[in-house]
Each structure stands twice: as C-alpha cells, then as structure tokens.
Write a protein that binds this ligand. Sequence first.
Ligand code: NAI
Length: 281
Amino acid sequence: MDRIGVVGCGLMGSGIAEVSARAGLDVVVVETSPHAVEAGRTRLTKSLERAEQRGKVDSAAEVLDRIRVVEGLGALADRDMVVEAIVEDEKLKVELFRELDEVVTSPDALLTSNTSSIPIMKLAVATKRPSHVLGVHFFNPVPVLSLVELVPSLLTAPDSTQRARTFVEDRLGKHAIDCQDRAGFVVNALLIPFILSAIRMVESGFASAADIDEGLVRGAAHPQGPLALADLIGLDTTKAVAESLYEEFKEPLYAPPPLLARMVDAGLLGRKTGRGFYTYS
Ligand code: NAI
C-alpha cells in the first residue's frame, strides 16, 4: 500500500494527504477546479510549514514533493488505496464511487470513504467491488488526532478491513477502532446529539455560547466546548451529519435545530468562513 489517492482537498482531505505523505507514501489528491487545486496546495503548504517550525517534520518541502494536487479522477488510476473526502452529500459520494470503480485499475485497490455518517453500504453497492469498499474515518485535525474508525459494510471482505487496519496503524501510526455500518459510527453518534443540545441551549436563551463552552471545559475537563467544536468541524458538515443520523434513526435528538440551519443558510459555517458561534480573524 504505497500509492495513496485522496479525493477532496478540504479540511479532511488535506489532513489525510499530509499524514500519508509524512509517512513516506506517494499521494495524489484530486480536486474539482483550478481554484480548489490552488486552495488545497496552499492549505497543505501552510500546514506543513507550521509542522516544520514546530519540529514535527524535518523538511516541509520534502513531504510536499510526495503530494500531487490535480484536477480529474484519471490521476487515481494506479492507486493502491483511495480515500474519498468530498462534501458530506450522499448523492455526490455515490456518483463518485461509481466513477472511482471505473477509474482505479487494480482489482485489489481499496476504495474507502472518510464519511462521518453516510452508510458505507450505499457507496459499496455503487461499485462492482463492494468487497473492497469500507469506511476509514479520520478525525479533525488529522495530523493531531490519533483515532480512525474502521467501518466495513456487510459486503466488505475481512482481508480488506485488515489491509486498511495495517495502513492506518502500521503506516500512519494511528489507532483504529471497529464500528458497525450505522450512521455516525461510534464517535459522531454520541458527539453530534451533544453538540445539537448545546445549540438548542443557545437557541432558547438558556445560556450563551461562551458560558456553555466554558462550563464543559472547566466543569467536565473537555479540551474545548461543544460550540467551539462545531465551529471547528464546520456548521455545514455538522448539519449534514445530523441529517444523516436523523434519516437513519428518526430520533428527535438527531434533528438539526433551526438555528443551525439558519446559520448554514447565512454562510456562517464556523472557522472556515471566519464566523460561526464565534468570530475568527
Ligand atoms: P470541506 O468542505 O472542507 O472539503 C471538501 C472538499 O471536497 C472541498 O475542497 C471540495 O472542493 C471538494 N470536492 C467536492 N466534490 C468533489 C469531487 N467530486 N471531487 C473532488 N473534490 C471534491 O469538507 P471536510 O470537512 O473536509 O469534509 C469532508 C468529508 O470528511 C465529509 O464526508 C465529512 O463528513 C468528513 N469528515 C469531516 C470532519 C470534520 O471535522 N470536518 C471530521 C471527519 C470526517
């Protein structure tokens, strides 16, 4: 597993590309437009230069040399494993898996998704190789957080899951946990209703965002409060994950509150747009 492909060079895709290249792997990242390619390269360069300044990598330039950011899925033809990290939209992901199945030539190659909440089976059955499709769910920021959830579908071959585990643990040095193919897997099925409850508290005037976050940081030793975390995840992604959970379980606790929907409509997506529950410079 030496040639890795990543689709999407946003928050997560760039992180997955970075950790793979830092592990010495050859990485191709695909984006949708020249502008997105440029934005992806800038994101990778900045992150690796920060890592170099902090002494986490010897040479940012050397790591960047192992990453190509390009347009067009054709560049993924020779990959041993592809990690999909495009927006959390089921229709787009299903279409992408259909295309990846056509483009990636090796029948042994793994087609994996970093989705937070979309059932892996929906992606697997869009391909002619469901035995080689599984969820490999990283956490944000990828270079910092060590967890990866491995999510085989009912049709994933045990050998595929094992190869993904070897990649994640032995090549990337991360820690894998096993999850069933249910929307949200383990972490988001617990975390998203918690974040939504905090948003409902703000919405009802129960407490301010700052006080809710301070409460959880000082009172429950969380490294950051739920609203700061929602801003970090991205409010669009938070809402999309909540919708998938609600679609799967039909439980009111997963339903996105109106305030979250209005903030997304307004483009207040958190850190990535400079404003969410907090303002960022
Ligand atoms: P993002 O919005 O930062 O990045 C998505 C990128 O995908 C954008 O750069 C976009 O141009 C690109 N893209 C969209 N369609 C594409 C296509 N057809 N081909 C190539 N590139 C395409 O989103 P983010 O936050 O990186 O999320 C990506 C995935 O990772 C989602 O499935 C999300 O649920 C999951 N995820 C997100 C986490 C987070 O904290 N934001 C944590 C763990 C998983």
